[in-house]
Design a protein around this ligand. Structure first.
Ligand SMILES: [Zn+2]
Length: 124
């Protein structure tokens, strides 16, 4: 490589611009993390306690985490990036449309965890 070569200089400038862009995007992601939420996850967590109780599924931390993971994997993620006030409105709209889907995914997850819990055997 030759320092006076214009294409070399252009390549260096390009790398530098890309490095700055990466830093900018990374810090924007950090700053905005709290504004990015998955409505499916919020609604699932809201409905979990009552569905788990009705389905009589073990509520140890492992089984609870498994119910959450199975349910969220079965549902499409619905991310929103707005502020908290607007998120509340979006959640209400989402709830009306998808509450039954979330309930049904939760019930299926509960049945799976209940029939094959991954916790250590519990002595009664
Ligand atoms: Zn358990």
């Amino acid at each position: 490589m030759i320092l006076g070569d214009p294409s070399f200089l252009a390549a260096v400038r390009h790398d530098e611009a890309r490095r700055l862009k990466k830093i900018q995007v990374e810090s924007a992601l950090l700053a905005d993390r709290k504004n990015l939420v998955n409505l499916s996850e919020i609604l699932t967590k809201e409905l979990m306690p009552s569905v788990m109780e009705k389905m009589d599924v073990c509520d140890c931390p492992l089984c609870t985490a498994n119910v959450l993971a199975l349910t969220l994997n079965a549902l499409p993620a619905r991310y929103v990036t707005s502020d908290t006030g607007k998120q509340y409105t979006q959640l209400e709209v989402y709830k009306k449309q998808y509450e039954l889907d979330v309930m049904s995914a939760l019930a299926k997850a509960c049945m799976r965890v209940r029939s094959a819990p991954m916790h250590e055997p519990i002595e009664d």
